[in-house]
Each structure stands twice: as structure tokens, then as C-alpha cells.
Design a binder for this molecule. Sequence first.
Ligand code: ADP
Length: 745
Amino acid sequence: MVTQAKNSIGVLTSGGDAPGMNAAVRAVVRTALARGVEVFAIREGYQGMVDGGDQIVPMVWDSVGSILQQGGTVIGTARCAAFRTREGRRQAARNLLKRKIDGLVVIGGDGSLTGADTFRREWPELLAELVERGEITPKVAERHPSLAVVGLVGSIDNDMFGTDMTIGTDTALHRITEALDALGSTAASHQRTFVVEVMGRRCGYLALMGAIAGGADWVLIPESPPDVDNWEETMCRELKAGRDVGRRRDSIVLIAEGAQDRHGQPITSDYVKKVLEERLGEDARVTILGHVQRGGSPSAFDRNLSTMMGYAAVETLLQAQPDSPPQLIGIRGNRIVHSPLMDAVRQTHAVNEAITSNDYETAMALRGGSFKDAFRTLRTMVRAVPHPPKRGQKQLRLAVMHSGGPAPGMNPAVRVAVRLGIDHGHKMLGVQNGFKGLVAGDIQELDWMSVNGWATRGGAELGTNRFTPDGSDYYAIARNLETHQIDGLLIIGGWTGYQSAHELFSRRPNFPAFKLPIVCLPASIDNDLPGSELSIGADTALNNIVQAVDKIKQSAVASQRCFVVEVMGRYCGYLALMSGMATGAERVYLNEEGISLADLQTDLARLVAGFERGRRLALLIRNEYANPLYTTNFLCSLFEEESKELFDVRQAILGHLQQGGDPSPFDRIQATRLATKCIDYLIEQAQETTPAASFIGLQAGQVKFFSLEDLPRMLDTVHRRPKEQWWMELRPIVRLLSQPRPRVG
Ligand code: ADP
């Protein structure tokens, strides 16, 4: 038997598989090894624990190499009836003890986590029984008085409390939006209606967010059934009205598999199809997305979420006291959080019970504020025509424009702003081509249908550029604001938008026309805007980078090769660091840290050592402004020359592919959320005598507004990035997971 000071830990994936589980396993294994703890993968979930033998596999650093980009779970998952019995769990305990395992990271759904909790509670009794039966010695039992358990939620449904997002949900949303985008074009060609069923037996998250991201025309979720008994008529009336007003050629009804009516009767996709055919005389087709939603390579978000959670799980496990209740690792507003596992399970069951007993108010209340807000926004967005203005209400004229580089998600943000503004009874105007258009007076009214189809479209229909006004431009802007009687201005854009908005605000004493409410909405792939932890477009760019790097890595099949990949971000290293985490880069170069000659020598020595050990591939990611002299080209030449033909070096400058493509689901959802808040804010501020000029941001998951007055204080103006960048604290995780540690044991 192996003797060692520390006990070992085990990691398993259980229940339904979810993309991102591999990244979690990788992080658990490597963090444990880096901390000098022996770690085992338990194959096929609890079944492997009950079976023991070679189902419990010791892991080394390279056991989890090249798995980040793989969907599913490489260590297998299963449902195991035996583990539901005491005998099964006793056998599982004995198998764990054979490897000195008394710490577990369980990655699964609420069932798997409940099972883990039972196992942990019974542990002392199970050990006593094993001693009694002579299967272990009392000494072994004494050495492992308790079992420490940490849970991570792997579930595409996002149906668990204690975390904003579960592992796999974001990827599932990618699959759903891809399917909706594809169906949208064929549906439009034939003027067809599609009924699309997505997963979610007790949770409408995928359906609701899928509908927002995919621009669906109707949604049915378990938590909030249609509030009238003749909902079929309402649905058909709205869909028909949408067609009648003109440009909408297709309709998509999105339905969660657990959708039901107010009396708890299931609403099936076939039933919806029948209703549409009978009442509208339309050709309706049903598409059940099924297991496609679970499949495919995990999104950048899921890889990083799982990596952060896996890392935190081991840290938590190593600090666990004998009486520590099992912990659930979750995420709240980009930060890893811990909560008692069984509290989260209980809350999750409370929603299920509320739905089963038709108590929908409680179900929606438990889902939380942003879920409710999203549902409310969606209900407005799907209207065929807006509510008419209220009698006697002041009709505001609100303008929307862009500024800065293109950011995927700009179009969805405009669509939401325009429709919500009109639905509140106001006139919405679009300024073409950013501040150039505002100077030139290129301003048109946008009606309800003018933004049809923008929910899914990349680029920026209104046009955007980095032009900033100067000198006499301000007179022209003031004149145009007055001529068009603009009562509020929404600027969806990046750095130049913020800068120019600040200029307008500062010039208020000289230009009374600038005393209108202004709000900037962060949209920049670089994620370099103050006040917001994430700007719209950054998630799409990150996914574009990750997909490109996956392909680049696959191209190196034969030789020993080092890739240096240059990514955008200007002076902000967000894209470089997060893509490095999601692709398993050995090294990430950031402007925030700079590059020194000593760094390069260390990196070279590591590369040489790695390739000498037999590694076939190395990946270095460099932010475009990491260092003005040590360019990507320079790095490649240096490593190539010094490699002494041990390995070759190739560069890949990803360029504009990072800014393009259709927005990711996250960017579409975030654009919707922020634009909703901005429109409410402009309307509210328009009532004030001195209206605010602000920028909106997301901080720790909360929406906040900051005065433009505070902009200079929050900026590192030399480097055009926020003074505080939350993601900098993730650097140690990237570093830890990228460099091999010595084998333990
Ligand atoms: P999920 O974890 O995705 O919710 P299941 O509910 O099917 O999936 O649970 C997966 C496995 O976890 C089960 O097959 C079983 O081995 C174990 N498990 C689930 N619930 C319990 C329980 N109450 N007690 C013991 N084991 C359980």
C-alpha cells in the first residue's frame, strides 16, 4: 500500500453529461497535483465508485491534456441504482478507502449532489460497518473519520440554486441559437411556422433565454404558463398580427419540454402545431432539439466557468474541517461563491414543488429578478404591434446611435431599445454612422418593424466608427439635437462613445442642447470600458478566438510545434487571458504585465524542457499591445532561432475575425438586459430638470449607472482601460493550470 502524509481526493461526473465537465475535471486534477495531493478520476459516476478496481484511476498532469475542447465527459457518467442502496454506498466507501480517498468533487445535477450528501452523512456508519465486517481495519477507519464533499453543478438546464449559471448551460444556448438562426432562414423562405422544443423539464431558462437570443415570436415555459385559459387564441392572434403587419415572414414558437398550462396540464409541441395549423391554416413544423443541446464543444464561457469552479473546489476541499457541511461552488456575477450544498438543493426542489402545485407566482419569485425581467421584456418584444401611447402622455423623442469599433450585439441592443421605447409610447430615432451622423444630421425615425430580425444579426445596421467630434462639430450636434427635438440619447459603443459623451456632458455650460439625458451602453469586443465587468461583444470575440485556436491546435498533427497567437484587446488583456484559460495556453502575454527579456528566457527554457519531455504542441497567446517592441513576429523569430530545431514556431494573428460573426447568446441576452435598463433610465431622466449623463455597467451581476462625471476617475487614460479590472485576479489560475507540476506519490 502507498504511504503518504495526505489523503487523496476523487473526482467524478454523474447524472446527465454537460459540456464543460472536462474543463472542470482538468482543473480539479491539476489544482490537486499542484497542491501536492494525489487525485483519482472515478469513471462512470457512482457506478465506478461502487465497482472500484480500475474504474478508480490515478491521474497525472498529462491525463487531462487536450480535453478542454471536448464535449461530454471523458471520465464517463452514468446513472447508478446501486448507489441508492446502503450496500452500494458501503461498497463505494470501501473502494475509496483502498486509495485513501476521503475528499470528493462531485460534478452533477441535484440528484448526484443529494446522493453525495447522503454518502457523506452516512460515512462514519459505513466505516463502522466495514470494520465490523472485517473489510477494513479500525486504523483505516480512524485515519478517515469524515468524507469531505464539494459539488459543482453540471446541468444544461440551469435549474439549480446557488449559482447564476450551471456547467453546460451556455453551450446549450449556443446550440439552441444556432438552430434557431438556421430555422429562421428556412422558415422565412416558406413563410412557415416552426415549433421548437428545448430541454428544461422544470426550468424555462433555456426556452426563455433561447427566445430572447433567437428572436422567437412566442415562448412557453413551465414557471409562467399563459395567464389565460384560452391562451391558444392569444398566441394565434399575436402571431397572425405579426404576419399581417408585413415584413415578418416566419414565426418561431419556442417551448420548454416541461411547458404546461395554468392547471398543470402539459402543453406539448405537437399540440401547439395542431393549434397553429387548425386556427391559422399554416404549415407548422415541429423540431425537437433533444440531445443536440447537450453536445458539441463547450463554449468559451463554459470552459472558463468550469475551470474556475474546479480550481475553487479543490481549494475548498483542502480547507474542509471534519464537520464542514458539503459546499456547492457557484458563480455570482463573475465571482466564485460557496454555499451549503443542501440549501441549494432544497431551494431547487422548492421551485419544482411550486410548479407542481401550480403556484406560479412563487416559482417566478424564486427564479429571481433578472429571470422575471427577461420574461417581461420578451413579452414586449414578441408583440406584433406596440401598445398605443397613453392618453395625455408626453411623447419623448429618444435617439439611438453607435460609436467605436463594431461589437457583435449592437443590433440586438438597438432592437430592444427601439421596441421598448415605442411600446412605452415614445418616438425612437436612429442616428446613422455614429458621431459623424450626429454632426451631419443623419437621423431617421425607427418604427417597430424597422428592427425586425436584428435580434440575431452581427455587425451594426446603424453604422459605427471611431470618429470623435471636435471644434465646430459641437455646434452642429447641438443644432441637430434641437432640430430633431431629441429628448434623450443612447450611445451603444466603445471607448470613443464614452469619450464623446463625456465631452458633450462637460460642454453643457456652453451648449444648453447638451442638457439632455445621455446613457452609454458598453459595447466593445476589447472589454476595456469602465463600470462594466463585461461589455457586449467580448463574449462573441472570445468564442471566435477559442474556435480559431482549436482549429490551429488541430493543424499541428505531426511535428513538434509552438504557436504564438495574437489576439485583439488593445491595451486590455481580457481577451488574451480568457482565451488562454479556455484553450489551455502555456503562456499569456498581457500589456498589463508587459514582457521582459528575462520572461522570454524563462518561457524559452520551459518550451525547450516541454518539447524535450515529448510534448508535441505549445500555445502562447499574446495581446496585440503586450509590448511595442517584442512583437508577435519577434517572439516567433526568437523562439524559432533558439529552438535549435527541437520544435518549429508558427504565428497566427487572428485579426478581424474576432469582431465578426453573429453575436453569441450571452451577448444577445446581455444586450437585451442592458438596453432595457437604459431605456427606462432615459425615460426617467427626461423628467428631471437636470438630467443625468451616465454609463451603465454590470458589476458583480448587478446593473449600475455611473455619472459621466466619474469617468476620468475610473480610467487609466494612458492605457485606455479601466483602473480596476476584475479578471486580473484570475491570472494565478491560468498560470497554475498551464505549467506541469511534479508527480506526487
Ligand atoms: P442528476 O445528478 O443529473 O440530477 P440523477 O438524479 O439521475 O441525475 O442522479 C444521478 C445518480 O446520482 C443516480 O443514478 C444515483 O446513483 C445518484 N443519486 C441520485 N439521487 C440519489 C439519492 N437520493 N441517494 C443516493 N444516490 C442518489
